[in-house]
Write a protein that binds this ligand. Structure first.
Ligand SMILES: Nc1ncnc2c1ncn2[C@@H]1O[C@H](COP(=O)(O)OP(=O)(O)OP(=O)(O)O)[C@@H](O)[C@H]1O
Ligand SMILES: [Mg+2]
Length: 259
């Protein structure tokens, strides 16, 4: 089952620069939540705070709370490595490990977590994750070929398989389809739809149609002005966001009359 996420008074900094200010949001379990908004408003920044990934960036830190199923990810006794294990991340560009086979790519996260796993368990896991990522039929006869030999869309589904192989409770995706052609994009969207039965999914997208197609809820991030911190301007169920937004800025953005 996916886990719910509550974000309370979240401020995110890069050094002294306040990139995102006072975000408050409830992300429901087993639903898809999309983040939309203009470039630089902090969508990726907020997404990365949901698994403490931003802490890898020197100087990046945050204030406030991110509660995963009620437990604060930023509490003193929480190990960030364990957090990143419970929360999977898929990036904008498919990034399979170049020297690894398809099979080893799927297992990479599991191996990073130092989990000992038998050959037959590994085979089962590889098949399960690739089936879950809707890629099994296409690659089952060439699991030992390099992951980078796949098409872009296949590579992105391979990265999704790698993310789900560690059985995360939450799946974060930062513009996962922006480098893909329309057919691969639809394959990934179908997959997201299937996965939400088991995971809580948060996806950043610049594609309004995509948000409207796949998201249950949508958060619109905005900037007051260049150089100002980004903020969450409006959060609503996706139907309301796109058909009847109760926020002028959101409406202007969605209808393309922005800026
Ligand atoms: N690694 C970093 N170091 C310093 N500042 C950063 C870093 N990453 C992002 N920022 C700044 O934080 C702010 C928010 O950036 P972020 O990448 O989160 O925006 P975004 O909404 O994802 O934009 P885009 O739609 O272009 O991906 C911007 O002002 C950006 O310049
Ligand atoms: Mg971004």
């Amino acid at each position: 089952m996916g886990q719910r996420i509550d974000v309370n008074h979240l401020n995110v900094y890069y050094g002294n620069f306040l990139a995102v200010e006072d975000v408050n949001m409830h992300i429901e379990a087993n639903k898809v939540t999309a983040f939309i908004g203009p470039s630089g408003c902090g969508k990726s920044t907020v997404l990365r705070t949901l698994d403490r990934m931003h802490e890898i960036i020197p100087g990046a830190h945050c204030k406030g709370e991110v509660l995963l199923e009620g437990k604060n990810l930023y509490a003193d006794d929480v190990d960030p490595v364990a957090v990143r294990r419970d929360v999977g991340m898929v990036f904008q560009r498919p990034n399979p490990f170049p020297t690894m086979s398809i099979r080893e790519n799927v297992l990479a996260g599991v191996r990073l977590n130092n989990r000992k796993i038998s050959k037959s368990d590994a085979d089962d896991l590889v098949e399960w994750a690739l089936r879950g990522a809707n890629l099994w039929q296409e690659v089952k006869d060439r699991l030992d070929n390099p992951g980078i030999g796949l098409s872009g869309g296949q590579q992105q589904r391979l990265c999704i398989a790698r993310a789900v192989a560690v059985h995360p409770q939450v799946l974060l995706m930062d513009e996962p389809c922006s480098a893909l052609d329309p057919i691969s994009t639809l394959a990934v969207e179908d997959l997201i739809n299937e996965l939400k039965g088991e995971y809580t999914i948060v996806i950043v997208t610049h594609n309004m149609q995509q948000a409207a197609r796949i998201a249950d809820f949508t958060g619109f991030f905005n900037l007051k002005a260049v150089g100002q911190p980004g903020h969450l301007e409006y959060f609503a169920d996706t139907t309301t966001m796109f058909n009847n937004p109760q926020n002028e800025e959101a409406e202007r953005y969605i209808t393309g009359r922005f800026g």
